[in-house]
Design a protein around this ligand. Structure first.
Ligand SMILES: N[C@@H](CCC(=O)N[C@@H](CS)C(=O)NCC(=O)O)C(=O)O
Length: 208
């Protein structure tokens, strides 16, 4: 049985949603960020990066959201969560997920984890101030050039939707005006109606 190591409202939600979508038995294990449990030796033995998500599989631990999402889509092809037989479409899906992982998520981390990039408190404050504009710019680009609609890839729901929903959920807290992102807003609403999304959120919200 898979074990997902997660913390609520983090990027691990995307993997959590997809585990619910594929309807496989799994255990969700909360890593308590308030106690810095991600840096404890016990968790570092699972994921030396000290981050969530980490997915424990029968062959070892997987990290990095795009890798976990594609792994689940491939492991459960009947769920049709990625265009597995279409090389170009699959590459597009990878491009989308990579953009969220390597650009959007990192842009956001400059607000909360600025100490990764600078020691100077003024530099850290300056990075924080850039977050709303950077996130708004990333999402404007997604709406203009990447999001096909009604789902990320067009007519077919995919793992990219779970990932987009997860990152969109941070926008309000990051000071981004959602009113200027109508496609993102509509997508969030569409996602909130999916039972798998509701189950993943309920589990995360119920955990102590
Ligand atoms: N590139 C990784 C990023 C993982 C990551 O940064 N996760 C954050 C939560 S969104 C985390 O665990 N942060 C804990 C920390 O930095 O101490 C992925 O996409 O899975």
């Amino acid at each position: 049985m898979f074990k997902l190591f997660y913390a609520p409202r983090t990027c691990a939600l995307a993997s959590h949603i997809v585990l619910e979508e594929v309807a496989t038995p799994y255990e969700a294990v909360r890593v308590d960020f308030s106690k810095n449990a991600q840096r404890e030796p016990e968790y570092l033995a699972i994921n030396p990066k000290g981050r969530v998500p980490a997915l424990l599989t029968e062959r070892g631990v997987l990290t990095e959201t795009p890798a976990i999402l594609l792994f689940l889509a491939q492991r459960f092809p009947a769920a049709q969560l990625a265009p597995l037989a279409d090389d170009f479409a699959l590459a597009q899906l990878n491009a989308f997920n990579s953009y969220l992982c390597a650009t959007v998520h990192v842009a956001r981390a400059h607000g909360r984890r600025g100490a990764r990039w600078a020691d100077d408190p003024l530099a850290i404050e300056a990075m924080k101030r850039k977050v709303p504009a950077n996130m708004a710019e990333c999402f404007a680009l997604i709406e203009r050039h990447m999001f096909v609609g009604p789902w990320v890839m067009g007519g077919r729901y995919s793992v990219a939707d779970a990932y987009l929903f997860t990152v969109s959920g941070w926008l309000e807290g990051d000071g981004v005006d959602l009113g200027k992102l109508p496609k993102t807003q509509a997508h969030m609403k569409r996602m909130s109606e999916r039972p798998a999304v509701q189950r993943a959120l309920a589990q995360e919200n119920a955990a102590p």
